[in-house]
Design a protein around this ligand. Structure first.
Ligand SMILES: Cc1cc2nc3c(=O)[nH]c(=O)nc-3n(C[C@H](O)[C@H](O)[C@H](O)COP(=O)(O)OP(=O)(O)OC[C@H]3O[C@@H](n4cnc5c(N)ncnc54)[C@H](O)[C@@H]3O)c2cc1C
Length: 523
């Protein structure tokens, strides 16, 4: 089993609360439920099963939350990786509303678990601002209406509101999710493990499940030094499940993303980033950030479908910070790490019984903090109470993720998408410059008329000059464009040129089908 140990301890490791080392399983054990994997999904299942009075053992191949659950960005968001439009298309409006409500329950589960048990070291901070780097006010407003309609607590922020909180003139409108929050995810997982144990669960670390015999009433699980017999097995191993259940593992696309935390920054940090909630500024993997430890910036971005060395992304991530906040001054990196999440083809989690007594809680993608909590609760209720709510996920069946080809396609789409997003952002910024120049020109004319003198006007750059203006921020790496996507830059401008009014009015910009602002996960 591979673990992410390529770099110095994560910020989370450096600030983790005390937690006991747990023994490895070195004897045979009979239990009602055996959970494989002590990430957030497995720990929540264990806690909820134990709270209902059943015996439960968790087998963890490494240590509690040593994988994605203890290495993520820490944004606890409503909803799923999948967009609500795609969900409605697949399962209908009512079904989507029910699924959304479940995801909100997951979010509330995390909040209440932290609050009710006063879990230490979590630094829970409210709010998530999803900022658009292209000027799509009408589309953003419509997206907010759709989100509210489905049950989300979302509000639109204008460009002026955004820039009052974030000193960044690359940003335009945003959607704020008021009930979202961010946390120290490792300390949450460690707190959850302690609560599960308090309720009666047993957790064994350094205990990989090597094989499972799922036949019969009692399932048999073999580990290096002990065996488990259980009436129910819950597979909560995420992308590491691999050799144990290859068919199930093949339904996940492993996606690796990169996170860093800076050394303490000066007082200007709080002047430039006034918003204390979590911030995401694109529709895809780049960038997600927040202030941690009072005066440090946690910044994440980039994705690869292989476990690339995080050091390769250090300079690019620092450049991202400097481009967005040039007045921050020197930025030194204190911690840099990677984490791997498991994404399904339909971008929805895999929750429920796959055969008699064998359960799956997996595929949470970059949206796992609320959905692992939801899944843990649903699976425990399914096992102990016979509750069938998990069947709401039945339309999202197990789908093969495409193996190596699937990974190549996903990487190409990410790179192509990044280029298109960047082209749209550049276009919006150049339109804004035109608008400002025109306003200045009109003002100067009015002033001159008031004074009765000659009219001196600033020269407005021509569309050709604007089109030829340097485009400073194109991502360094992308070279691959997905089939059917227009190349960014010039053709984008050419295509839009005919649509512009004389003033370059941004209202005429139209979004493509995939360009809506949705709760998009950090991973
Ligand atoms: C960099 C990054 C940033 C992210 N940011 C966010 C975010 O801000 N918000 C959000 O909602 N989501 C985020 N995510 C996603 C979220 O972290 C995951 O969806 C979630 O943690 C998955 O939890 P899990 O329990 O399913 O899996 P994991 O945390 O991966 O845990 C699975 C565990 O199972 C164990 N295991 C596997 N196979 C075996 C076996 N055979 N025997 C024993 N043990 C086994 C593994 O060792 C591992 O500990 C992010 C993910 C990454 C990587």
């Amino acid at each position: 089993m591979t673990q992410d140990t390529t770099t110095a301890p994560t910020w989370y490791e450096a600030t983790r609360v005390a937690s006991p080392a747990r023994e490895r399983l070195a004897f045979d054990l009979d239990t009602d439920v055996c959970v494989i994997g002590a990430g957030l999904a497995g720990l929540t299942v264990a806690r909820e099963v134990a709270r209902r009075g059943w015996s439960v053992a968790v087998l963890e191949g490494a240590s509690v939350a040593s994988a994605a659950s203890g290495r993520n960005t820490g944004f606890v968001l409503p909803g799923y990786s999948e967009s609500i439009d795609a969900m409605i298309e697949r399962v209908g409006l009512d079904h989507t509303k029910q699924l959304w409500a479940l995801a909100e329950q997951g979010l509330n589960y995390v909040r209440h678990t932290i609050d009710d048990n006063k879990l230490p070291g979590i630094a829970m901070t409210n709010g998530w601002l999803h900022v658009d780097k292209a000027d799509h006010a009408d589309a953003t407003r419509a997206a907010v209406e759709r989100l509210r309609w489905i049950g989300a607590d979302a509000e639109m922020w204008t460009t002026a509101q955004v820039r009052a909180q974030l000193a960044n003139d690359r940003y335009f409108n945003a959607v704020q999710f008021r009930n979202a929050f961010h946390i120290h995810p490792l300390n949450y997982a460690l707190g959850l493990a302690a609560l599960a144990e308090k309720a009666g669960a047993r957790i064994f670390e350094d205990t990989p499940a090597l094989s499972i015999d799922p036949a019969g009433v009692r399932k048999r699980i073999v580990t290096p030094q002990g065996r488990v017999r259980a009436a129910h097995v819950v597979l909560a191993g995420n992308v590491q499940l691999g050799a144990l259940m290859p068919d199930i593992a093949a339904t996940l696309l492993p996606v690796t993303t990169f996170v860093m935390v800076t050394e303490p920054l000066g007082p200007q940090l709080h002047e430039l980033v006034r918003y204390r909630g979590a911030i995401s500024d694109t529709n895809r993997a780049d960038n997600h950030y927040r202030i941690v430890g009072d005066n440090r910036l946690q910044w994440s971005g980039r994705m690869r479908v292989w476990q690339a060395d995080p050091q390769r992304f250090k300079a690019a991530l620092v450049d991202d910070i400097k481009r967005n906040y040039p007045d921050l001054g020197a930025v030194e990196v204190a911690h840099l790490w990677r984490g791997t999440l498991g994404r399904t083809i339909h971008r929805m989690p895999q929750i429920g019984a796959v055969s008699d007594g064998v359960w799956l809680a997996s595929g949470f993608g970059g949206h796992g903090l609320n959905t692992t909590a939801m899944a843990g609760d649903l699976v425990a209720r399914g096992i102990v109470d016979g509750d069938q709510t998990w069947r709401l996920f039945a339309p999202y069946e197990l789908v093969w993720a495409g193996g190596r080809l699937g990974r190549a396609i996903a990487q190409g789409l990410y790179w192509g998408r990044s280029l298109v997003d960047e082209a749209k952002a550049v276009l919006s910024r150049s339109r804004e410059r035109r608008r400002l120049a025109k306003a200045a020109r009109q003002k100067a004319q009015e002033e001159a008329l008031k004074l009765g003198g000659p009219v001196v006007v600033p020269v407005l750059p021509s569309p050709a000059e604007l089109a030829a203006a340097p485009v400073p921020d194109t991502p360094a790496e992308p070279k691959v464009l997905p089939a059917g996507e227009p190349p960014p830059g010039e053709p984008e401008r050419r295509r839009n040129r005919g649509k512009r009014g004389k003033t370059g009015d941004t209202k005429k910009t139209r979004l493509g089908k995939n360009d809506k602002i949705e709760p998009v996960p950090p991973g």
